[in-house]
Design a binder for this molecule. Sequence first.
Ligand SMILES: [Zn+2]
Length: 769
Amino acid sequence: MVQSSVLGFPRMGVNRDLKKATEAYWADKLSQEDLLKEGKRLRLEHWKIQKDAGIDIIPSNDFAFYDHVLDHIQLFGVIPERYTKNNLSQIDQYFAMGRGLQKPDKNIDVPALEMVKWFDSNYHYVKPTLQDSQVFKLSENPKPVVEFKEAKEAGITTRPVLLGPVSFLALGKADRDQSILPLDSLDKLLPLYEDLLKQLKAAGAEYVQIDEPILVFDLKQDAKDAFKPAYEKLGSLGDAAPKITLATYFGDIVHNTDLLKHLQKLHSIHVDLVRNPEQLDEVIAALGPQQSLSAGVVDGRNIWKTNFQKAIEVVETAVQKLGKDRVIVATSSSLLHTPHTLASEKKLDAEVADWFSFAVEKVSEVAIIAKAVTEGPATVRDQLDANAKSMKARADSKRTNVAAVKERQQNVTEEMHNRKAPFPTRIAEQEKTLKLPKFPTTTIGSFPQTKEIRIQRNKHTKGEITDEEYEKFIEKEIQDTIKIQEELDLDVFVHGEPERNDMVQYFGERLDGYAFTQNGWVQSYGSRCVRPPIVVGDISRPAPMTVKESKYAASISKRPMKGMLTGPITCLRWSFPRNDVHQSVQAQQLALALRDEVIDLEKAGVFVIQVDEPALREGLPLRQGKERTDYLKWAVDSFRLATAGVENGTQVHSHFCYSEFQDFFYAIAALDADVLSIENSKSDAKLLKVFVDEAYPRHIGPGVYDIHSPRVPSEQEIKDRIQEMLKYLKPEQLWIDPDCGLKTRQWKETKAALTNMVNAAKYFRSQTA
Ligand SMILES: [Zn+2]
């Protein structure tokens, strides 16, 4: 028979219970015992959901209090000394590595380990951080064994999930001041995996899932070379260890199929057939004579109902070649990246609700597909029919077929991506319109989101104050913000964004083609969850989105006002995109909507417009090659389409929340923004050399101070920073601004820091006068 399997389940619980419990524990409002109990309750609940749905292979050790990679860091004892010396309890040491720990009364002050994005998702993992003299040690009572036994006691046999040794090391790094190449430690780490596998087997585990997601990357030789020793060793443990399923996801492994010959002793190989269905034949051809295929046909990264007909076809193709006993139906990846259950959504429009499937529903989908293939479609006829009906309804819906949007896209021309004149002409006209001094000062957009702002927004959302009352409140906030900027003597003002909840949701709510959930939370990192809007149909802008506030702000201020928009790629990447049309199509629809907004802002007297694209880089496909080149083309095009409609005298800004863009420089240059602001205060100013090397002609505002901390930089510090920058940038190119938006800061430190920043700019202005 074809078995059904899930690679991992979301951890948070139906009401974000895990978030609530961990945050209560951190705030000393929940005991350690109760926190651990809550973790146990959630695991059991999640196993039961899967068992009740009829899943054959249920994962364990997919649960984590903070992050599963951090679990492995502790499991293998890859713990830098700074976290061991304070005699913290095991869980406190774990949280200290995940989020840092400050206890002045106990003289404890350790920062968190570095956290970065998990492949191309919005989930963040904690980086394994190794020492030159790294010693690995398997923890006592290893978590995977404990949780396997826990499930077994509840009558549920699970397949424990481990991150594989090659990925664990390859995703890690040397600690600061250390020079170890993590993969060189493979020989030292492997015995711990052997030990762990034997313990799992002794506890009764028949199967284990070992994730090696790095197989979807273009691997360097050292990583490729690591697979042979690792899996010939783990694969030859025979009956002493559980049977191993090696799992990959978020891409294809065709470019690494030569490595599969080293994996042939393993029970099965899992591949993501949602993202890359075309890899099926080649992967099957590379399997060993007894080896099984785990076919990931239910999307773990999105919220759309699985198309049963298509998924069953893929599984049947595999079954024809391998037989039913060698095929497993699975989720494409862990369901970690999907919200818990659709059942929590009470306010969704019924039409679109019928198109969605969250984690709980996806679990059922896996079981239904497996049953259809094993026992024949007649046994699940009702489910198949309902699914086909739902697929057809979505394809035929008015929302997914807006003629006016399609027609407008057909009429997009090449010229629409280009400003009216090249930069030298534009900047000359902008100097006339804006009359800015040298070293112009500005901020990145948002000002402190005070408690009062959140209170009023909540009241408005709940209907406790009227629209007019709320608007009055926002106007007053804008007035105050303008007055403060006048006192600070900044050169280009912003309205401060008091009306915005979130930089993507705010726009989504004002566009046609979006839907919003009440409880569609997904884990971003640790206890932090995000609730991405969902692109459900063709996107258009029924009315201006930001013009009212920016126009009002411009009308009451003496200096140029900067309008603030979120770019098309960021709007798309931080939402759940559609899966029925290519993302480039959706990006272009967003770009056209924003283009109208940009032109409306200009008409309203806003002659500086910033379009932020912080997600531009994270959207970069994981592998080199055509997909990446294509992405950069349509991503850059969408920004240009959004911004190129204005007159030469209107200045287009863009902002990037990172500074490591050497490998990405040409894409940012291709945006043709008049002014770029970038995060820079924590990096070496040498990074700016790329602007010189590439003869970048336009204006740049590298952040002169870090906004992530309440610390106020002195005027001298900022002057020194600017002096450094002037080694690489021409004085007429340089803007003076902070690293990023100020919404998470308090007013007190914001005013103090900006005062010093403006004074530093004035100093250089007087020096070059
Ligand atoms: Zn930023």
